[in-house]
Every structure is written in C-alpha cells, then in structure tokens.
Design a protein around this ligand. Structure first.
Ligand code: GAL
Length: 415
C-alpha cells in the first residue's frame, strides 16, 4: 500500500485520506448505463480519499472520439491526469514521453505478483508501469434473449453453421436475428470473432498480430469475409450508425434475438436488473468456445505539473488495483478483475466462465489472443486501416476475394 495511505490509516482513518488534496481529471468514454455505473465507483473512491475528480467523458463506444480529443489536449500541452488508453496506444504515448512512472505504487502493492504477465506487459513502457489495469474484457461473446429463441423454437448456436441456420429460422419467425450497430469498431468486433471462428487462434495471431501477408490474402481469410457477409442478411434497417448499447437494448427488450459484443454488454443487462441464464444468455461467439479474445481497459497516467495532483494521481492508481475497486467495478462493467487472485464469490456464471477460459488459455498458451478491434494487437494506424477495409466491405458488394486482397494491401500500406 502507498505509504501516505498507511500513515492515514494508522492515524485512525479508515480510508486512504491523503495529506495533500489534489485533482484528477479523467478522460474516458464510459457513458452507457453500465459503463457510467462502473466509472462512478472510482470517482467515489478518489473523492473519499480527499481528492477532487474532474470527469472528462467523451461519448463514443470503442474510444475513437476520446482518442481524438486526447490528442488535441496533449498537443496543446494540457493532457488530463489520466486517460482510458490501452494496448499499443500506451506504448505510443510512452514513446512520446507523456506518461508518468507508477513504479513506486506498483512496487509497494506488488503489482508484478498480483497481475498475470499478459496484463502486466501491456501496462509497462520500457519496463516501467505507466498504466493501471481496471479489468479484462472478453470480446468473443454472443448475448442472446432466451425467450425470443424459445418462441421461435431455435437453440443457441455453437458454431457458424448453426448460427446461420438459427438466424434463418428466427427471421422466418418475424424477429430481427442480429442486433448490430453499423459503426467501424463494431463491424471490426464482429469480423474478428468470425476470423477466430473460421481460422482459429493461430490464424488470428498470424493476421492480426504478425500481419502476415500470405495469411491476410489466404483462402481462410476469403472464407472469413464470406461468413462476415452473411451477417448483413440478418440485421435490421436501423443498424447503420447505431450505438452498441442501443443494440444491446434491442436484445434486452426482445426486439432482436442476439448481439455479438464484448462483455461490456453484460453491464447493460446488469443495469437492467437481468439475471444471466434466466433473462439473458451469454455464450461464446459460435465456434470460439476454447478461445479468449482479450481487451484490457486501463488508465494511463500523464505527467503532472503540481505535486498535489501527482499525489492524487498515484492514490488513484493504487485504488484501481485495490480488491474492493476491482470487485465492484467489474461486477458493474461485465468484465473480470485484472488481478487473478481475488475471491470471485459475488460474480455470476458469465464472469466465472470468462475467468476460467482466461486462466486456462493463459496457462496452456493456446487460444488467448489480443483483440485487434480494441487496440490490443496492433498500432492505431494499422487498426484504422483494417477498420476501413472491413467497413467498406460490409457496406458494399465487394467480393470476399477482393476483401482479402484489399485487407492485405491496406495493412501493408499502413506498416
Ligand atoms: C471498448 C472498451 C470497453 C467498452 C467498449 C464500448 O473499447 O474497452 O470498456 O467501453 O469499448 O464503449
């Protein structure tokens, strides 16, 4: 624990009340119902520790808008104290010299011991901790309304063939089979799950981590584009531009049968007081049960001008890894804790299944893959090139062969 907090506790305080009150301005894009409930937990803890929280929320799932705003604030020499940035983006900010070292807090709180290396590695720049992980999201999920499936007499699909057969029957029963939001990051989220289902984890790594040209242009990739095209047949006319949480609410209300989305969608079901296994179903994206596409959210800390604000920032970093924050935040957010040593007693079956697959794939070294759509596998430039191609394909009649060829070319040009 951070020394000042210990002193405060020894002096009779129950909270980590700090000697010097500072301000933390936190840039994030957690604005949906479930997301807002989650970030509110951290705000309350920071305020209880005696600091001021300045909320800097920039709406837009997936974070593209937030990243744009962050760049302009940083360029004008006025970055926030903390920003929800993650994956390789952390390295990009670290290379530019903007990030503060969290090593004192990390050492005192044993981050190296409590975090799995797959998480810790993402948080470090040149060996120093510069970001604090709040969670681990699994991206390759499917969210289903069981009543809608039952009414249509359809089982929850476990592979792609079953998926299209189910979608056909749901459609025949007059239901929108797939709730989709036509935004580039959502297209990419669905696309990467299909690539995982078609090609498996090794192929996923070849294309989205190694950016292997032969794999990007392979028959397997052509097949992935063909499968991805089928999604278009089963979404509704309102899909273009729709926010992801609006798509989730279609499943919640029974207006659509299922959504393909990471487990931040569970935060919406939780906020609507729904029980997994009864009111909604979480199932691995069809054909990906043994794999885990990870997306780790984190708060990177920017260098501060005043000692008080730096102290507030370090207190916040410490709080982020505290067991009570990790538990409450993740119960609301739909993810699992970034620390794998916590009691999971309060978590539901979806979270327990997620933790089990996360641990087993990490231990075996097979099936654990970094999300391309959520910035874990590649730079923002290459990710942007992939988004563009995938979205263009989805919204045109481009052939699957052309899709694969263009994807390979776009990645090459962005490298
Ligand atoms: C992801 C982020 C999640 C969730 C989602 C939708 O990129 O990691 O925490 O916020 O976007 O906004």
């Amino acid at each position: 624990m951070f020394k000042k907090s210990l002193i405060a506790m020894a002096m009779g305080g129950t909270m980590a009340v700090s000697a010097q009150a500072g301000e933390v301005e936190v840039l994030h894009w957690w604005t949906s119902g479930g997301e807002a409930r989650s970030i509110a937990v951290l705000k309350e803890m920071v305020e209880d520790a005696g600091h001021t929280w300045t909320d800097f929320a920039v709406a837009g799932g997936g974070g593209e808008n937030a990243y744009t705003v962050l760049r302009s604030r940083a360029v004008s020499g006025n970055p926030p104290a903390a920003a929800q940035i993650k994956g390789l983006e952390i390295q990009e900010w670290g290379d530019l010299g903007f990030l503060a070292s969290l090593d004192d807090v990390a050492d005192e709180n044993n981050w190296d011991a409590v975090l799995p290396s797959v998480v810790a590695d993402v948080m470090k720049h040149d060996g120093d901790y510069v970001a604090a992980p709040v969670n681990v999201h699994r991206v390759n999920w499917m969210w289903a309304n069981p009543a809608v499936f039952a009414d249509a007499g359809v089982d929850i699909p476990t592979n792609l063939d079953e998926l299209w057969a189910a979608a056909e029957e749901l459609q025949a029963a007059g239901v929108t089979p797939i709730a989709h939001g036509g935004q580039p990051w959502q297209d990419a989220t669905t696309f990467e799950s299909i690539v995982l289902a078609v090609g498996g984890a090794d192929f996923f790594n070849d294309v989205f981590v190694e950016m292997d040209q032969a794999a990007l242009e392979s028959d397997t990739m052509v097949e992935a584009f063909e499968e991805f095209r089928k999604v278009n047949d089963y979404i509704d006319r309102g899909a273009p531009g729709r926010d992801w949480n609006v798509a989730t609410s279609m499943v919640i209300r029974g207006e659509a049968a299922m959504q393909f989305m990471g487990d931040w969608a569970k935060g919406e079901f939780t906020a609507a007081n729904m029980t997994p296994g009864e009111d909604y179903i979480c199932a691995p994206f069809p054909g990906t049960a043994d794999a885990f596409t990870f997306n780790i959210d984190s708060l990177a800390m920017f260098k501060q001008r005043t000692a008080a604000n730096a102290e507030a920032q370090m207190t916040m970093a410490e709080l982020v890894l505290s067991p009570s924050f990790q538990e409450t935040f993740n119960l609301n957010k739909g993810s699992i804790p970034a620390r794998t040593d916590l009691d999971m007693g309060k978590f539901d079956d979806c979270a327990l299944a997620s933790m089990e697959t996360f641990k087993s794939t990490a231990a075996s070294g097979e099936g654990l893959v970094p999300s391309m759509a959520h910035g874990m596998s590649t730079t923002s430039t290459i990710q942007g090139a992939i988004y563009d191609t995938v979205t263009e394909f989805f919204n045109s009649d481009m052939s699957a062969e052309d899709g694969a060829t263009r994807l390979a070319r776009a990645v090459r040009a962005a490298q």
